[in-house]
Design a binder for this molecule. Structure first.
Ligand SMILES: Cc1cc2nc3c(=O)[nH]c(=O)nc-3n(C[C@H](O)[C@H](O)[C@H](O)COP(=O)(O)OP(=O)(O)OC[C@H]3O[C@@H](n4cnc5c(N)ncnc54)[C@H](O)[C@@H]3O)c2cc1C
Length: 639
């Protein structure tokens, strides 16, 4: 008998990759078993949470950091209510404090700065942006890998951007921050292998290089790939004929990506959109396409409504349509993407606000590749400050909301509690913290915020030394219906942000694996809390093992070797990734407006509210538009 094969070796668990080996592998091997006995709220230790964070400016900020998660839980558990000892007063007073340094918070700071500049005879308005992560951007951050001498980037969360229609406010805004859509020129194909069309964005489109994987759940423990499933009309898929017919009739009815949809309402607020918001996405799919509930739950949850993170059975049907109704764009140009996703947009805004914040000049190449100058973000004398690693824990008017001249903001940083004041505050951090941080929020807003639910998401970026194993299968995107995750995609990069101007199956790339936590059949609240429990209690090495096992079962027969081919894995854990709208979220129930509209219409004293979640859709364009509205609401309070 030969030496038994160590399963860890086959998966490359012990291979020298960029991962930060903090755990003893024997302990880790037991992780999956231990996991099952974890009490629901037992959290991981920091070293089990974080894993490898990549290289470069974002290396210590992959997803929600451990510190962000624990500080958030202290707010939720009222640790900052009542009399607080040892508050350090910074004696600073700003025109505005923005809580949250994502795209919405940065946009708010920028609108404020521009409004101040326009008000003749005024000093520039001063603004402090407080964000709880080690780097600005919120969900719009990037991961960077160094693989065999090449720098690779990938998005941590917010990914694609959409060329706006000419003459719109968004077109002017992008232009004003230096985004030139013509510069999105992507890597060209190279080498002798016949060319594959590669997407520019990480969302599956189901073209000729798409694949469905069927495993044990479908009677194929050895694994079965169906490439070009739609082109082949699902022929060869191990699923019942009636389910095939259902899926095909739906696909053929109108599910072409990025084109007008047959059931798309014409206007936000018309009868069609209101009807869609009154039912679940699952009911809509059943009624409209004649799908069975089983088909929806097996094949479409959570891919449809995927921008909301949960099963179609609990989401408003309108969430599938709202982005295109609210934000029409120039479909012909196609979705575009910076190497690190919408981190690119956050960087452009920061460069406008604080010109020295990113080294180099103002070209798209320089803003993408320059290093963040952290010491420039919060220097005395500048109008806008961005203070990182700072969690806002309390926001209160100093006096009654009607009469107060200032708002007191408390934040924690490095284990200490600080006080700072402002004439106004914009809460841009999102519903998940805002509702806890403004303690005397009026009942109208409190009740509205109680209707906001945010689902978790895990974005795993897997850097591979080449993708020939995918190429051999004829794939650039894959979807599956069992095991960890939902789909993975690869994409080509815009050349202003990446060195190799070409791509071939032998190029190193980052595969983006989307892991959503839908549990159709449970309530929305149960789905979000179960998902978070999974996300918060699964150690890095346990996720790593599951991902390696999944890749091994998918690709080992086309030459993939986990130990040899995986160069690095970064996990981005987002505890509150997606606003998940229940039916009624958009247009309200019982004659009342929807909760987002209530929050928009009710700035509270000197405090206004932003963040994309108010719109019911997670889209950076809404982050910008909500910021613009919120700044308009506080401008009258700055005298
Ligand atoms: C996985 C994923 C994929 C996505 N893909 C796309 C896409 O392809 N295209 C697109 O347009 N959008 C996408 N989005 C939506 C994304 O939410 C928006 O694009 C945008 O990045 C949201 O910006 P924001 O500023 O509104 O919120 P956030 O990005 O959430 O920013 C809020 C910031 O405030 C911080 N914060 C919260 N509370 C506090 C506090 N108390 N104190 C201090 N800081 C606080 C948060 O931690 C965060 O850093 C995606 C989102 C996710 C999660």
């Amino acid at each position: 008998m030969g030496t038994p094969i160590d399963p860890n070796d086959a998966l490359g668990m012990n291979a020298p990759i960029e991962r930060r080996d903090l755990l003893n592998s024997t302990l880790v091997a037991a992780g999956g078993v231990l996991l099952q006995s974890l009490a629901p709220l037992q959290l991981l230790a920091k070293e089990d949470w974080t894993g490898f964070g990549g290289v470069g400016d974002y290396a210590t900020s992959n997803g929600n950091t451990y510190e962000v998660m624990t500080a958030g839980h202290k707010i939720r558990d009222h640790a900052f209510d009542g009399a607080l000892p040892e508050i350090i007063d910074t004696h600073e007073e700003f025109d505005c404090i923005v809580a949250g340094g994502g795209i919405s918070g940065l946009a708010a700071a920028l609108f404020l700065e521009r409004s101040g500049r326009r008000a003749l005879g005024k000093q520039p308005l001063t603004c402090l942006v407080l964000d709880n992560h080690p780097i600005f951007g919120g969900e719009a951050k990037r991961n960077e890998f160094q693989v065999d001498g090449q720098r690779l980037a990938a998005h941590q969360g917010s990914a694609a951007c959409f060329p706006p229609l000419n003459g719109t406010f968004l077109a002017q805004f992008y232009d004003s921050i230096g985004i030139d859509w013509k510069q999105f020129q992507y890597q060209k194909w190279t080498g002798p292998s016949p060319e594959f069309a590669i997407q520019t964005a990480p969302y599956p489109v189901g073209g000729p290089t798409a694949g469905f994987f069927f495993g044990a759940k479908f009677g194929h423990p050895e694994g079965l790939w169906l490439t070009d499933p739609w082109g082949k009309r699902l022929e060869g898929a191990p699923i019942a004929e009636n389910i095939k017919r259902e899926l095909l009739s739906m696909r053929e009815a109108d599910r072409k990506p990025f084109s007008a949809h047959r059931f798309q309402p014409k206007q936000h607020g018309d009868a069609a959109s209101r009807h869609l918001d009154s039912i679940t996405l699952e009911n809509h799919l059943v009624e409209t396409y004649g799908l069975s509930v089983e088909t929806v739950r097996t094949f479409l949850s959570p891919i449809m409504g995927g921008g909301s993170g949960l099963g179609a059975d609990v989401l408003s049907a309108y969430c599938e349509y709202a982005p295109d109704v609210l934000l029409p764009w120039d479909y012909k140009q196609g979705a575009q993407m910076f190497p690190g996703g919408n981190a690119g947009i956050a960087r452009h805004m920061l460069k406008q606000l604080i010109p020295h914040a990113i080294s180099g000049g103002n070209s798209m190449q320089e803003i993408c590749r320059g290093r963040v100058q952290f010491s420039s973000l919060d220097r005395s004398g500048q109008a806008t400050h961005v203070r990182l690693n700072s969690t806002v824990v309390s926001v209160k008017h100093e006096g009654t909301p009607e009469a107060a001249r200032t708002v007191e903001v408390l934040y924690t940083r490095g284990g200490k509690l600080y006080r700072v004041r402002a004439k106004s505050v914009i809460m841009a951090g999102g519903s998940w913290t805002t509702k806890h941080v403004v303690p005397d929020l009026p009942a109208t807003c409190r009740e509205a915020y109680a209707q906001f639910h945010r689902a978790p998401c895990l974005m795993a970026n897997v850097a591979v030394r080449n993708w020939r194993f995918l190429y051999k299968l004829g794939l650039t995107e894959c979807q599956w219906f069992e095991g960890i995750g939902n789909y993975l995609t690869m994409r080509k990069m815009p050349t202003f942000g990446t060195d190799p101007a070409t791509i071939s199956p032998d190029s190193p790339v980052v595969l983006n694996l989307k892991i959503l936590f839908s549990n159709p059949g449970l309530t929305l609240e149960e789905q979000t809390s179960r998902g978070r429990m999974d996300l918060y209690s699964t150690p890095f090495r346990s996720y790593e093992r599951q991902i390696r096992e999944q890749f091994h079962s998918f690709f080992s027969r086309s030459g993939f070797n986990a130990g040899r081919d995986i160069a690095g894995i970064i996990l981005n854990r987002w505890g509150h990734a997606y606003l998940s709208p229940k039916p009624g979220f958009f247009f309200g129930l019982d004659g009342k407006p929807g909760p987002g509209e209530i929050i928009r219409q009710h700035p509270y004293g000197r405090i206004a509210f932003a963040n994309s979640d108010l719109a019911g859709i997670m889209d950076h364009r809404m982050s910008i538009l909500e910021a613009q509205r919120a700044v308009g609401q506080i401008m009258g309070k700055l005298n």
